[in-house]
Every structure is written in structure tokens, then in C-alpha cells.
Design a protein around this ligand. Structure first.
Ligand code: NCD
Length: 309
């Protein structure tokens, strides 16, 4: 399968076969991701990381992925130190980055920024989060995690909970899980529910889709509980944030009704949505999930740079 040279802007740009192929290649990368095997398939290649918003896992795991495959990384995580403050446009920043590197990873507060950037670069542009839009590489690592833990995705009951309105991870994940035929339940305060077009997309595919405000009702049948942070920074009015902050907090007591093999996932960072007492239970998958960003991003970088086929 040829993915050389493609942009990764939205998860919906991929077919089901392409998603499964990336996950298969990610699995092959695991020993290199863990440092057990060496590889230099990206030797001589340069990645630009353009991060206009804070990031810990996404940026570091992209850097780690590139380094583990023998490539190099340039970039910034503090746009305050770039010509943005002099008024440079995103288009011009991207034009420069593509001339200095072979692939660009972009995180930006504006929805659609990655799509725009891709228009100004013939080198691959990978969306590492565009405002409340999408976060396709997070979705690939989420799918990888579910598949590794559950063996398959089809037919699994996946509950997405938290900020489904502004959370970009759950937007791309809901599209992908629909494509891969999981049953979806959306749990959120009513003002933070999943956008209608995504609920309709899942419904139109004939899958079991439920929208609820109550977590207790859905825990007993869940196979995956995907928890998200309320996206404080995206609320136009801080008072509105205060009304919903802390709505859900997963604790051990709530999980007593859960299936024994329920996995709890979170793209991280968490604030208070998952009580630390859950960390030591067999349900807690979020740190392993974050590690899975490395093999998945290795596979993706290898594929778009033509070093993996
Ligand atoms: C998420 C993001 O930036 O969208 N973080 C991540 O990349 N793992 C989730 C969040 O910020 O809540």
C-alpha cells in the first residue's frame, strides 16, 4: 500500500484498509519503539515540528519516533520565539519549514489550519491537532491500543465521555470507530455533546449509537471507556467553563459495576477526570496508550516518507 507523500489532515481521508495497514506497520515497529532493535530507515530525513499550542506527548513521541528511526528533528514549541510575533502568516511559516525539512507536523489553535498548511507544502503535512477539529494521529494510536488490548474493534462497546464538543481527539476517534464498526455511546453534559454531524454519521452507518448524560447507566456494558478533559482553553466564556468543570470523575467505586476487562483510556493530560486511585487498577491503560504513540508515529512517518511500504 502506497502512502508515500500523503498529507494526514483528517482521519476520514483514510480508507479502512489504509487504517488497518498503518496499525499493522505500527505493530512491526514495537521492538524499535522500545529500543530493543535498531533502525536507521529515516537516516538523512528531517522532520519539522511546528507547535503553536502546548503539547507534551504528541511532540515528544513524534521526536522520539523520528530519532528511533535515525532521522532528525527541527522545530519550535513556543511560537513566541518565532516570526509569528512579527506578524508572519502560517502560510509563510509552512513555506519555510517545507524547504528546510522532508515532513511537517503541525499543531495549531485554528480548525482547518492543517488543511491550509498542506496547500502550501508539497511535502507531507501531518495534523497534530487543529483547534477543536481533529487529531488523526492520536486516533491511530487510540485504535492501535484498542486493537492490541481487545483483539478487534468491530462490535466493541466504546463510551466516549467528557468534552465531546471541543475535544478534537474524540471527533476523529468517533469517525474512525464508526468506520471500524464499534458501538458508540457519547456521554457529556448537554452543552458539550458530540456535534450533530458526527452523531448522524455514526447513526447513518446503522451502528448502535447512544447519547447520554449519565455515566452510571453505561459502565456495566462498556468494553472501552475513553475519558477526556474539558477543554478549558476553547470556552469563549470562562463562566461557562466553571459550570461544567469537574462534571465527571472516574473513581474505583464507579468501576465496581464494570466488566472485569474494561479498559479506561484518556489522551492525556488529565485534570481531575480520572482519580489517581484508578492508575493502579488493571483497567488503567492511559500511560500505555501514550507510549503507543511512538510505534504508530514511527509507522506513519516511515510510510509518508516512503521508507516503509
Ligand atoms: C489532546 C489534545 O491536544 O487534543 N492531547 C494529546 O494530544 N494527547 C487532549 C487534550 O488536550 O485534552
Amino acid at each position: 500500500m502506497k502512502l508515500k507523500g500523503i498529507d494526514v489532515v483528517s482521519i476520514s481521508d483514510f480508507s479502512v484498509d489504509e487504517i488497518n495497514y498503518i496499525l499493522k506497520k505500527a505493530k512491526e515497529m514495537l521492538p524499535i519503539a522500545k529500543g530493543e532493535k535498531k533502525s536507521d530507515i529515516l537516516s538523512g530525513k528531517i522532520l519539522s515540528t511546528l507547535f503553536f499550542e502546548p503539547s507534551t506527548r504528541t511532540r515528544l513521541s513524534f521526536e522520539c519516533a523520528m530519532s528511533r528511526l535515525g532521522g532528525k528533528v527541527i522545530g519550535f514549541s513556543e511560537p513566541g520565539g518565532t516570526s509569528l510575533v512579527k506578524g508572519e502568516t502560517l502560510a509563510d511559516t509552512v513555506r519555510m519549514a517545507k524547504s528546510y525539512s522532508d515532513v511537517i507536523v503541525l499543531r495549531h489553535p485554528h480548525e482547518g489550519a492543517a488543511r491550509l498548511a498542506a496547500e502550501f507544502s508539497e511535502k507531507p503535512v501531518i495534523n497534530a491537532g487543529d483547534g477543536a477539529g481533529q487529531h488523526p494521529t492520536q486516533t491511530l494510536l487510540d485504535l492501535f491500543t484498542i486493537k492490541e488490548e481487545k483483539g478487534k474493534i468491530e462490535g466493541k462497546n466504546v463510551v466516549l465521555i467528557g468534552d465531546l464538543k471541543y475535544g478534537r481527539t474524540v471527533h476523529s476517534l468517533a469517525y474512525a470507530l464508526t468506520m471500524l464498526r464499534a458501538n458508540l455511546t457519547f456521554v457529556a453534559p448537554s452543552v458539550l455533546q458530540m456535534p450533530k454531524e458526527i452523531v448522524d454519521y455514526a447513526g447513518d452507518k446503522g451502528l448502535l449509537t447512544r447519547v447520554s448524560t449519565s455515566l452510571e447507566d453505561v459502565i456495566p456494558t462498556a468494553d472501552v471507556l475513553y475519558v477526556t478533559r474539558i477543554q478549558k482553553e476553547r470556552f469563549p466564556d470562562p463562566e461557562e467553563y466553571k459550570k461544567v468543570a469537574g462534571t465527571y470523575q472516574i473513581n474505583i467505586k464507579m468501576l465496581s459495576e464494570a466488566k472485569e476487562d474494561l479498559i479506561v483510556m484518556h489522551p492525556l493530560p488529565r485534570v481531575k477526570e480520572i482519580s489517581p486511585e484508578v492508575d493502579s487498577t488493571s483497567h488503567a491503560l492511559y500511560f500505555k496508550q501514550a507510549f503507543n504513540g511512538v510505534p504508530v508515529r514511527m509507522a506513519l512517518l516511515g510510510l509518508v516518507l516512503g521508507a516503509v511500504e
